[in-house]
Design a protein around this ligand. Structure first.
Ligand code: G4P
Length: 197
């Protein structure tokens, strides 16, 4: 997605050879026009797959997931990382380990909102090691539903997540793939190359 690549080059900050800061339009402040475009892109990619629900994980997945759900005309459900005061029964849970933060979070979704009739599209902002996406796939499976696709805003192709998910036979589509963040520079992976890799 050209517009997203341009935004990353203009406003993204390379914090290290593995971390890209995009606080000004995704992770803290959000750019609604860009989010709308992201939703349209995902909806165009996944429109013929009979999706009944978009699922993401709080907090930064919510923006792109909501815009995608709006375009597809289906509800969006976000997995919670913290216990909710009003949600206590009928919870489906999965453990998600973050290599970045070196901690495990229990993530939950209410069984009221994902069930065996659902065809789920998982959306997230970043794909790094793939643990968050795998946790969501696990929850969808426990709910008896089917994950029909995974849409990622920014995939860091030099980390393991993409390979891990695709090896499981999951259809993963990323709007932008980053090949490298070495020497303070963002290098995008070109799609022709990405397909054969
Ligand atoms: P994984 O799910 O792919 O295994 O990722 P990992 O545990 O390594 O990432 C933990 C958190 O850091 C996630 O957000 C993820 O989206 C984010 N993240 C990973 N790599 C980058 C990066 O290069 N840049 C930025 N900006 N974020 C990255 P989170 O903790 O769930 O935060 P939030 O969704 O509440 O904002």
């Amino acid at each position: 997605m050209k517009q997203l690549e341009e935004k990353i080059l203009k406003e993204g900050k390379v914090l290290s050879s593995s971390v890209l800061k995009v606080d000004s339009f995704i992770n803290h402040q959000m750019d609604p026009q860009l989010m709308k475009k992201i939703g349209e892109e995902f909806a165009a990619i996944f429109k013929d797959m009979g999706i009944t629900k978009v699922v993401t994980i709080e907090s930064s997945g919510i923006g792109p997931a909501l815009m995608t759900a709006l375009e597809l005309g289906v509800p969006m459900v976000f997995a919670r990382k913290r216990k909710s005061l009003t949600l206590s029964e009928g919870l489906i849970t999965s453990s998600v380990y973050s290599f970045t933060k070196q901690e495990t979070n229990e993530v939950t979704i209410s069984a009221d909102f994902v069930n065996s009739q659902d065809k789920v599209l998982i959306i997230d902002d970043f794909l790094a090691n793939g643990q968050a996406a795998l946790g969501l796939v696990d929850i969808v499976e426990k709910a008896g539903a089917e994950t029909v696709g995974i849409g990622i805003v920014i995939e860091k192709a030099f980390q393991d997540g993409g390979r891990l998910l695709r090896q499981k036979g999951l259809k993963v589509k990323s709007l932008v793939k980053i090949e490298s963040l070495e020497n303070g520079k963002v290098v995008f992976l070109k799609e022709e190359y990405a397909e054969v890799k």
